[in-house]
Design a protein around this ligand. Structure first.
Ligand SMILES: [Zn+2]
Length: 415
């Protein structure tokens, strides 16, 4: 029997696993606690090995996604190095499977009791545009590498408002970010709460609910733990660039990003090598005179992070204002009564050095003087696969944080 080229291609794609979903059966999330410089050096060595994927990387605290086989190899090494460690998740695939069942059962209604597919989020946005034509204007900043429109909406109740720009899901696997962002859009348009009405009607909101569209779809359809874009790199085995290291500001700093395409923080071959990042920068530049605050939603860790990301020792001239606004948001989140504590401060001083991010770009190159990265729930218990029961509480906390942020930014003259 002879196969046509097409059939052979399909067989080949199936046999190499391309068409299948990446599975994480019995993969663990392992938390490592570092107490000494020697242990730190040991961790640095581990980071050089591509078989380990670090999910969280802060000085003394690291979360590692690890296969059972690699864990067998690593366990005696950790023991020798005397590194305290604990398994946070024993089988991450179980959580991914539960999440998938809920997402697929979505039906017609759009709610915040589960995560939604890209199509479902697009339908929600279409509905919002249709139902609120008087105040909502759709926009498209450009196309992703795979040719999808990157969509946003502007919400404006009256002329003369200053604006806030908000992007979410620049990192594909951070599903809580678009879930929270869509909730926030819904509140801005439909809530009757006077505090929400106030921030809805006296600020122009420019919002992109799913920025890294290709990556987001890939994280739903192929690999739940996908973070980057989908454009190929010089290494055929490792496609994708970290879009939040690809902006043209302090780009190529080796401490805050990686030059290795196989790393999660790969900065790309050049600044703005990713069409998504170029499109975002062009769009925000075109409206920058109207923008007082730039926000990016991420997960996880519970942080409110302001510039700078590139340096631990330098701070912006208006850093005190940034801290004051962040503190107000922190208090508002805590006031919601879930006991959720965030930390706030500059990215480099509170979390880690990260260069080439969108928030730093907006601050350094576009002169948008207030900017934050919100790292949502949790602190690592579930990390990126945050159970959907957390969506609504996270949304409530974020709305409260936005109310406080707008109030404080206005009182300091930024909005
Ligand atoms: Zn992120």
């Amino acid at each position: 029997m002879r196969f046509s080229l097409g059939v052979l291609l399909v067989l080949y794609l199936c046999s190499c696993g391309y068409a299948q979903k990446v599975r994480y059966d019995n993969y663990k999330i392992l938390n490592l606690n570092i107490q000494s410089l020697e242990q730190s050096k040991f961790i640095e060595k581990l980071k050089g090995l591509s078989s380990f994927s670090f999910l969280k990387n802060i000085e003394r605290n690291h979360d590692l996604l690890i296969s059972p086989r690699e864990l067998k190899k690593l366990a005696p090494m950790l023991k020798t190095a005397n590194i305290t460690n604990k398994i946070l998740i024993d089988n991450i695939q179980e959580i991914i499977d539960e999440e998938e069942v809920k997402t697929k059962a979505e039906g017609d209604s759009f709610g915040w009791d589960r995560y939604h597919s890209y199509e479902s989020i697009q339908k929600f946005i279409d509905g919002i545009i249709e139902d609120h034509k008087d105040v909502v204007t759709p926009f498209i900043i450009g196309k992703s590498y795979e040719g999808r429109d990157i969509r946003g909406i502007k919400i404006s109740y009256k002329p003369g408002n200053r604006g806030i720009f908000l992007e979410s899901n620049i990192h594909a696997r951070e599903w809580i970010t678009s879930a929270t962002c869509t909730f926030f859009i819904n509140e801005l348009l439909n809530s009757k709460n006077p505090e929400i009405r106030n921030i809805a009607e006296n600020v122009d909101w420019y919002i992109i609910p799913v920025f890294n569209v290709d990556g987001f779809i890939h994280s739903h359809e192929k690999d739940r733990m996908w973070r980057k874009t989908r454009q190929p790199t010089t290494n055929p085995k490792c496609p994708g660039t970290d879009p939040n290291r690809n902006f043209d500001t302090h780009w190529s700093s080796d401490e805050g990003s990686s030059g290795n395409p196989c790393d999660e923080t790969f900065r790309g071959a050049a600044p703005f090598s990713e069409p998504e990042c170029k499109a975002l920068s062009d769009y925000v530049r075109s409206i920058k005179d109207n923008i007082g605050v730039y926000l990016a939603y991420h997960s996880y860790g519970q942080y409110i992070l302001s510039p700078y990301g590139h340096s631990k020792t330098e701070f912006p001239e208006n850093y005190d204002d940034m801290l004051q606004i962040a503190k107000a948001s922190y208090d508002a989140i805590l006031d919601q009564g879930y006991g959720t504590k965030y930390r706030y401060g500059s990215t480099a001083s509170v979390l880690y050095v990260a260069s080439g991010s969108s928030v730093d770009y907006a601050y350094n190159e576009l002169d948008i003087k207030i900017g934050y990265t919100f790292e949502f729930r949790d602190q690592g218990r579930y990390g990126f696969v945050l159970p959907s029961i957390n969506i609504l509480p996270n949304c409530q906390e974020t709305v409260a944080a936005m109310i406080a942020l707008v109030k404080e930014s206005k009182s300091l003259g930024y909005l």
